[in-house]
Design a protein. Structure first.
Length: 146
């Protein structure tokens, strides 16, 4: 069976620490796949907030998650702290991808927990239609030519 591969860039534009709560742990004694999706949602909200945006208002437009891919690499347990790095790629007319690298540190060693990608679609909730990525956002996330 082919495995999902999520190529990650060498640099990210945002990072945050998210602690694992007891309510994040499932019957297997570790963080479940549904919680990883919730963690990347939290990370994305923090990322947007760092630019003064939200999922309902990103420079005047809303966001819908069009797709998601998660590659699980190692377990998370209660008390772990996830270091989540985030960046944006593939800015198109109405969509862009958000890439995530989730890591944890144990006994001074860093372990990759998961990689993920969400395909985000810009959306006007009042008109119920897809809209363009705002230029102001593109200018924030696309590096200027050297």
């Amino acid at each position: 069976m082919a495995r999902i591969s999520i190529p990650l860039p060498s640099t990210f534009i945002f990072s945050t620490i998210i602690p694992i709560r007891i309510t994040d742990v499932n019957y297997g004694g570790h963080v479940g796949n549904d919680t990883i999706l919730s963690l990347i949602h939290e990370g994305r909200c923090q990322f947007l907030q760092s630019f003064g945006f939200s999922e309902k208002d990103m420079a005047g437009v809303g966001l819908i998650m069009g797709d998601v891919a998660i590659a699980f690499k190692s377990e998370l347990f209660y008390g772990d702290r996830v270091n989540m790095s985030i960046t944006v790629t593939n800015l198109e007319k109405v969509t862009f991808d958000v890439l995530y690298k989730l890591e944890k540190e144990v006994a001074g060693k860093t372990f990759l927990v998961a990689t993920a990608k969400t395909g985000m679609v810009c959306y006007d909730y009042e008109r119920r239609k897809v809209v363009a990525v705002p230029e102001a956002v593109k200018n924030l996330w696309v590096p200027s030519p050297a």
